[in-house]
Design a protein around this ligand. Structure first.
Ligand SMILES: [Zn+2]
Length: 241
């Protein structure tokens, strides 16, 4: 695990899947996202090896219900008995009551079915019941604020800690080779919402950004968010019609 701030670690052993972050507070530990199904035990082993007790995880906060972010949820909840926090829409996807569009057009529709099938059967990521469903941008345990950031996935939520200026973006923003951007078009069913979500994040005072995919950044975090928002707005403005 790589320490990122006073109370924050990146479980970078599983970074090939998706960003998993561990936060320590007075009550114990909070885990942000749970990686792919095949990384669940690696996350548990890593946390234990670094001297943390997985049973001290009191909340698991989920950014969105894609397999690379909720894959380890069942195993990690069983190991910790933690409460699952996510947006109400994410909760419905986790229950299997709602299906997320994977992307625009035919390819998006073609891969959505098999992906759902795998999540239900082979990997058993869903159905699973969340405990605390978020509606709106509200305060959460540990001093985190939920920031509703749809676009990549309905119900997508980022988590912001105003006191330490830490932002966990999930897949609202990717960091590809130090270039911030939106997820690939294939995985962006609502681009307009995704642009608005970035604009929302760019209004925050941020010192450290932790992504669903890509290296965390500390230098000029807020400025990079504002630059991305401007770039995306300019792209929208230059579109014909
Ligand atoms: Zn992802």
């Amino acid at each position: 695990m790589r320490p990122l701030a006073d109370r924050l670690w990146w479980v970078d052993e599983v970074a090939a899947g998706a960003g998993v972050y561990l936060w320590q507070d007075e009550q114990g530990l909070i885990l942000f996202d749970t990686g792919t199904p095949w990384h669940a035990h690696a996350i548990l082993r890593t946390i234990s090896r670094e001297g943390f007790d997985p049973s001290r995880i009191h909340h698991i906060m989920i950014t969105h219900a894609d397999m690379d972010h909720i894959g380890g949820l069942r195993t990690l909840r069983e190991a910790s008995q933690a409460r699952i926090v996510c947006h109400a829409v994410t909760g419905a996807i986790l229950q299997g009551r709602l299906h997320r569009p994977l992307g625009l057009g035919l390819v998006g529709r073609l891969i959505a079915g098999p992906s759902r099938f795998l999540m239900k059967t082979v990997f058993r990521c869903i159905p699973i019941e969340a405990d605390d469903l978020i509606v709106g941008d509200r305060m959460l345990p540990g001093g985190f604020q939920a920031i509703f950031t749809p676009g990549h996935c309905p119900g997508h939520t980022s988590y912001y800690h105003p006191e330490t200026r830490v932002l966990i973006t999930g897949d609202a923003i990717h960091n590809r080779a130090r270039m911030l951007g939106l997820p690939p078009a294939l995985l962006l069913p609502d681009r307009a919402a995704a642009v608005r979500s970035v604009e929302k994040l760019a209004r925050l005072d941020v010192g450290l950004i932790c992504f669903g995919h890509g290296e965390p950044i500390t230098e000029g975090a807020s400025a990079q968010l504002r630059a991305l928002a401007q770039r995306l707005q300019a792209a929208v403005a230059s579109q014909p019609g």
